[in-house]
Design a protein around this ligand. Structure first.
Ligand code: HEC
Ligand code: HEC
Ligand code: HEC
Ligand code: HEC
Ligand code: HEC
Length: 217
């Protein structure tokens, strides 16, 4: 057979191939790193709000229960946002002149709700439901982190599909005592305790929870 390429190419070609695949591999690593970085996921990036409401003060400091403001969380798919008069049960007596609360007073007079910026948002083609999780012992802290330490709210988790699936694959790592579901500082359940509660609360095993049609209906 005629020799088309100079002999040196015999060693060069494999070197180029190896080099190219190393480069591609590095590129893959970079894409993966960016995909999971706060820049893409917005994890731990505080979101500014029209009123600088602090969970650190209201939950961590004053100890107000989540359900006082997020009234739907036990019974509905949406946790819901508090109407302005919920704030006014206290702020009609407290800090009544404070400039930071001007927007709250204005909202009460005008009747227009405060336009909170969303922190968490899964795409429309995903079905999510709070009450299913909360009633089986999955605590707020498992998905939203230590809100009692957040001066402004941020996302503690990516909310990527992989994150949902990781827990659905091992739900026994997330089932806490129902009394601790709303406690923002309760420690993660140990696997053994949670295993027992899986039965007690009749949590369905991974093979049901991983079904595509659960989340894409
Ligand atoms: C006094 C009322 C109040 C209490 C109590 C309260 N929240 Fe909130 N929460 C708010 C308000 C107002 C917002 C909207 C502003 C913001 O995002 O910080 C909010 C926002 C949130 C969000 C982000 C919503 C989004 O846009 O995605 C989460 C998550 C949340 N709260 C969780 C909790 C948890 C968990 C608890 C209990 C441990 C709790 N909250 C207690 C008033 C409250
Ligand atoms: C149970 C009573 C209570 C309720 C309900 C309540 N607050 Fe407060 N809020 C307080 C107290 C007390 C302070 C002073 C906190 C401090 O100085 O530590 C405060 C402080 C604030 C401040 C000043 C900044 C800060 O956190 O120190 C803002 C803004 C505020 N509240 C907004 C709201 C909004 C918006 C709502 C409704 C979603 C609300 N509050 C509901 C009791 C309440
Ligand atoms: C299994 C994970 C998980 C648990 C447990 C959980 N949340 Fe959420 N939460 C989410 C997701 C995901 C969203 C975004 C939902 C969307 O975009 O429709 C969200 C959104 C919210 C919102 C914004 C309003 C809404 O309903 O979309 C609030 C407020 C909230 N959660 C409060 C809570 C509170 C309070 C608890 C505990 C009682 C809690 N969450 C438990 C995952 C969770
Ligand atoms: C920390 C653990 C955890 C995370 C994170 C989590 N889940 Fe779940 N999820 C559970 C558990 C436990 C159940 C089982 C409830 C049961 O057996 O009834 C469940 C049940 C569900 C169901 C009901 C399934 C059915 O068969 O009716 C849906 C829908 C669901 N999850 C959606 C989601 C989505 C979407 C996400 C991510 C945005 C998510 N979950 C993240 C623990 C979790
Ligand atoms: C526990 C809930 C859950 C289950 C089960 C689930 N998904 Fe998802 N899926 C999500 C969430 C949340 C998103 C949106 C976030 C994201 O894109 O990562 C998503 C996004 C997607 C997307 C869009 C991807 C993209 O990059 O935009 C596709 C396609 C998809 N899912 C297919 C599937 C298939 C196929 C299955 C079954 C093998 C499945 N999902 C099971 C929660 C789930």
């Amino acid at each position: 057979m005629a020799q088309i390429f100079p002999r040196a190419y015999n060693t060069l070609a494999p070197a180029v191939l190896v080099g190219a695949s190393v480069l591609l591999g590095l590129l893959g690593v970079c894409v993966y790193a960016v995909f999971w970085s706060p820049y893409m996921t917005h994890v731990q990036v505080p979101i500014t709000q029209p009123v600088p409401f602090s969970h650190q003060h209201h939950v961590g400091g004053l100890g107000i229960d989540c359900r006082y403001c997020h009234t739907g969380v036990e019974t509905e798919s949406f946790a819901g946002m508090p109407p302005t008069h919920t704030c006014m049960t206290c702020h009609s007596q407290l800090w009544t002149e404070a400039p930071v609360l001007a927007q709250v007073r204005q909202s009460l007079t005008s009747g227009a709700p405060i336009g909170w910026n969303r922190v968490h948002n899964v795409p429309d083609f995903v079905y999510f439901n709070h009450s299913i999780h909360v009633s089986k012992g999955v605590g707020c802290v498992s998905c939203h982190g230590r809100v009692d330490q957040m001066p402004l709210m941020w996302k503690a988790q990516s909310l990527y599909m992989k994150w949902c699936l990781d827990c659905h694959r091992h739900p026994e790592t997330a089932i806490r005592d129902l009394k601790q579901v709303f406690d923002p500082g309760s420690p993660n359940p140990s696997r053994e305790d949670a295993g027992e509660r899986m039965q007690e609360y009749q949590v369905r095993p991974a093979r049901f929870l991983l079904d595509c049609s659960n989340c894409h209906r």
